[in-house]
Design a protein around this ligand. Structure first.
Ligand code: PXP
Length: 249
């Protein structure tokens, strides 16, 4: 059997900022969490600069770029304001996500099939700025084809429906992701995945050989309350690595 490509872990530190913002001071510091995440086995840091700045803020992004050597993946809406900020910051990657002010988290993938004209412009502008662009999408071949047509080199598949489902419905959602990942590879897209992953759900996703990166946040920060951030991330890293190597999680 061919050895699968390594699987990267991007740790999303948004909810360290959520806790900080609950009190309005500077603690806990999301940049300290980022430093610890890298030491614990993450390959990169992910942060979502939302239009309402409900968790990470502009100053956090500036500090992450200045103080963390590992690649920064900036999640953002495809708006002129965010594209301007990203082109100024120059993170390693930008993941374009749909954003609704009233949602608690990113609830679904981008509508790339009937995409706004601006989405193509954002992909082109960020790519021209030397930033690797990914599109956060549903695991659906038609959507993948549309993402490819928009010119993005990377897609991140939304794993929320898989994580929320149980029993046969979860198995069906997993099959959708397996098929979509194979399609992404066939049409030349690098494939990432994320949303809602935890210790129980990560193994089956990590075992899909064409998926190259997982972005995980909420569960890791929540688990850190009980076991510490380092142990939480190291536990995820080892489950990912075992599943990738074909061992039971
Ligand atoms: N990937 C994307 C594009 C996201 O928007 C999010 C949530 O911010 C994640 C991954 C991480 O999801 P979770 O926090 O549920 O692990």
């Amino acid at each position: 059997m061919k050895t699968p490509e390594p699987l990267r872990l991007g740790v999303n530190i948004d909810h360290v900022a959520t806790v900080r913002n609950a009190r309005g001071g500077g603690l806990p510091d999301p940049v300290r969490a980022a430093r610890l995440a890298i030491a614990a086995g993450a390959n990169g840091i992910t942060a979502h600069l939302r239009e309402d700045r409900r968790h990470v803020r502009d100053e956090d992004m500036i500090r992450l770029m200045a103080e963390i050597e590992a690649p920064l993946n900036m999640e953002m809406a495809a708006t002129p304001e965010m594209v301007k900020i990203a082109l100024g910051l120059k993170p390693h990657a930008c993941c374009l996500v749909p954003e609704k002010r009233e949602e608690r988290t990113t609830e679904g993938g981008l509508n790339v099939v009937s995409a706004s004209a601006y989405l193509a412009e954002a992909v082109a502008a960020l790519g021209a700025g030397g930033i690797r662009v990914s599109l956060f999408i549903e695991p659906d071949p038609r959507v993948l084809d549309a993402a490819r047509a928009l010119g993005a080199p990377v897609v991140e598949m939304h794993t929320g429906a898989y994580c929320d489902a149980t029993g046969a419905a979860r198995a069906a959602e997993l099959q959708r992701i397996v098929a979509a990942a194979a399609h992404a590879e066939a049409i030349g897209l690098e494939c990432h995945a994320g949303h809602g992953l935890d210790f129980e759900t990560v193994g089956a996703i990590a075992a899909i050989p064409s998926i190259r990166e997982l972005n995980i946040g909420h569960f890791l920060i929540g688990e850190a309350i009980f076991v510490g951030l380092e142990t939480s991330i190291a536990g995820m890293r080892s489950r990912m690595d075992r599943a990738r190597a074909g061992q039971a999680a």
